[in-house]
Design a protein around this ligand. Structure first.
Ligand code: ATP
Ligand code: MG
Length: 322
């Protein structure tokens, strides 16, 4: 399998990013080929402060490496270091209908939240398609919010292939059953841009504070509760082993507990879960040259692959001759 996925440096990574996507990156990194990139071109549609964008990009690299991404197995790089993808994006854009992009949820959601809709935001799925197709990826590990974008990628690839012959590999989304959509402190999808995140590398005290603020319902303490529909429980089960999960579920069904108890258990579990990677991140943060070198090597490998696919597409549609 050839694996590709990207993550935006729009802010610090959160539990949704980890359990929905990053954990899969690590599980899949020793496949035939794996490419993981920090999507700074996508982030540029929302992060307009240059220091912030750069800092976020470097933080993203440190976070991914600390969480277990191994540069000896996977190619880790920054999106804008592979200009071939932007060229491929244009080629795809010429075959993209406005209607297809108008139907994309991420665009519609951002607009409905009052974020301004630039052409970059609107055409975001085409750049994403170029990212995926440039590496001949067949598997794209993501959270459920990205499924539609991968469908768009397949549509664009199929219509190009239909017109010009078999140029692109059709990719498939890969999701994890229990964490394809992790909820945030407000019960909505946890998202860097919705201010409802709990960050992976949040200082322990601050993390606890945020956990205590997670919104819960106001059912009486005595009432039995259904763990399957409770978002606090959904968060707890991300960290808990089978036994702890079963115990907590039994407590829910019995009733007679306060949500404060669950929040405390969640904070303890999260502290323990991310304890080790915090230390590893600090170690890596002290070696910025090493991180830059890893990103440089990753980009070189990525350019080679993306260049070959771009060339294939260019020859297929008459931009270049073999
Ligand atoms: P933004 O708000 O800037 O879009 P984000 O938090 O949605 O940021 P992305 O960089 O867009 O993060 O997404 C990176 C990866 O994390 C994608 O694969 C996405 O599907 C996944 N992901 C993001 N949020 C969640 C979530 N709440 N649950 C599961 N997966 C998620
Ligand atoms: Mg997103």
């Amino acid at each position: 399998m050839r694996v590709l996925s990207g993550i935006q440096p729009t802010g610090r990574f959160h539990w949704g990013n980890y359990f929905g996507a990053i954990r899969q990156y690590i599980d899949l990194q020793n496949e035939e080929a794996s490419y993981y990139f920090i999507a700074n071109l996508h982030a540029l549609t929302t992060v307009r402060d240059k220091e912030q964008l750069w800092q976020n990009t470097m933080d993203a690299a440190l976070d991914l490496l600390a969480l277990g991404l191994d540069p000896n197995q996977a190619n880790l790089f920054v999106q804008s270091d592979v200009p071939e993808v932007s060229e491929l994006c244009w080629v795809l854009m010429t075959g993209t209908s406005m209607g297809l992009l108008e139907r994309c949820h991420a665009y519609k959601d951002k607009v409905s939240r009052g974020l301004s809709a630039g052409a970059g935001l609107f055409t975001y799925p085409v750049l994403m398609a170029a990212d995926i197709l440039a590496y001949d990826a067949n598997i794209v590990p993501v959270g459920s919010d990205q499924v539609q974008h991968i469908e768009v990628t397949r549509d664009l690839a199929q219509s190009f292939n239909h017109q010009y012959g078999e140029v692109f590999v059709l990719p498939q989304a890969k999701m994890l059953d229990t964490s394809a959509k992790v909820v945030g402190t407000d019960g909505e999808k946890m998202s860097k841009s919705y201010d409802n995140t709990i960050e992976i590398f949040e200082p322990a005290k601050q993390m606890r504070k945020k956990i205590m603020r997670i919104v819960t319902d106001s059912r009486p303490m005595e009432a039995p509760k259904d763990p399957a529909t409770d978002h606090l429980f959904q968060l707890f089960q991300l960290f808990a082993g089978d036994e702890a999960k079963a115990e907590m579920a039994a407590m829910y069904r019995k009733g007679g507990f306060g949500y404060g108890t669950v929040k405390k258990a969640l904070a303890d579990a999260a502290d323990e879960y991310f304890g080790e990677v915090r230390a590893k991140r600090e170690e890596l943060a002290a070696q910025p040259e090493k991180v830059r070198e890893i990103l440089g090597d990753g980009a070189a490998a990525a350019r080679q692959q993306a260049g070959a696919v771009l060339r294939r597409a260019q020859e297929a549609c008459g931009l270049k001759r073999a």
